[in-house]
Design a protein around this ligand. Structure first.
Ligand code: URA
Length: 263
């Protein structure tokens, strides 16, 4: 190789990254972090502007920071009169960094207008690839759970997530990301207009109920967006902790009973 890096060296470096869990590119173009660091160091080393003399004319005020992403999201969500318009508004929303690393916007799946709307956390790898929520291993378990009480996404359930873009390496969604996408979630719920919501996992409870602690919250009806809300364990958690399926089953029966009671 001309570059001075031989094949074996490059291969070992790649294996090392894989071992660290960096098994996927998250951007279209490579980023030279060493160059970024050098640029930051150079910026830090630049002399600081001297303070103005006492009595001197003050320097003009710094440009105000850009618009507040939450307010922009609220405006865009409010203006969406249909689910298609809401999807388009989310596609056009440029303030969430996650969008840059994601392959697809994951909007929703199932039957809009169904009596049950499930709110998950954020897309994983499979969802990002297919552009649909809950299609990976956790989604397959979710489908089996719903089938156990006679529900399915082809006829009786609508599904979405708090965040429509996959966080890199499936990291935990950040509070600012949840806050800026919440107006879209609220509008999504209003437009899909379910009788009740099922929120799966801590992130969804946080977004809609303002609380975490799924072990205590699960199985207890709450209210959000003007509708009854049932918190449940996330299916990904159930895959890791099969013993918790017993409580998930109790929650599914509770959901079934509530649907019957609503008529
Ligand atoms: N986990 C979620 O919360 N949502 C998905 O769509 C997939 C996995």
């Amino acid at each position: 190789m001309d570059s001075g890096i031989d094949w074996h060296w490059a291969r070992a470096a790649l294996d090392w990254q894989l071992e660290l869990g960096a098994d996927e590119a998250i951007g279209e173009a490579p980023v030279d972090r060493f160059a970024l660091e050098a640029a930051e160091q150079a910026a830090r080393a630049r002399p600081v502007e001297p303070r103005p003399e006492r009595g001197a004319t003050p320097a003009p005020m710094a440009e105000p920071a850009g618009p507040d992403p939450v307010l922009v999201a609220r405006e865009m969500a409010r203006g969406a009169g249909s689910l298609e318009a809401l999807r388009a508004a989310m596609e056009a929303f440029d303030f969430c960094e996650l969008k840059r690393g994601a392959r697809n916007l994951v909007f929703g799946d199932g039957v809009p207008g169904a009596r049950v709307m499930i709110v998950g956390e954020a897309p994983g790898r499979e969802e990002d690839l297919q552009g649909k929520p809950f299609v990976g291993p956790a989604g397959q378990l979710l489908d089996r759970m719903l089938a156990a009480i006679g529900l399915d996404r082809a006829s009786s359930v609508y599904i979405t997530n708090v965040l429509p873009w996959r966080p890199p390496q499936n990291r935990e969604p950040q509070p600012d990301e949840i806050a800026m996408m919440k107006p879209f979630l609220s509008r999504h719920i209003a437009l899909a207009d379910p009788d009740l919501l099922v929120v799966m996992g801590n992130i969804s409870c946080d977004a809609l109920l303002g609380r975490r602690g799924i072990t205590k919250l699960r199985g207890n009806w709450a209210e959000a967006e003007g509708r009854p809300v049932l918190p449940m364990f996330h299916p990904a958690y159930l895959l890791r902790q099969p013993a918790a399926k017993r409580q998930a089953w109790a929650d599914l029966l509770e959901l079934q009973a509530r649907l019957k009671a609503l008529g």
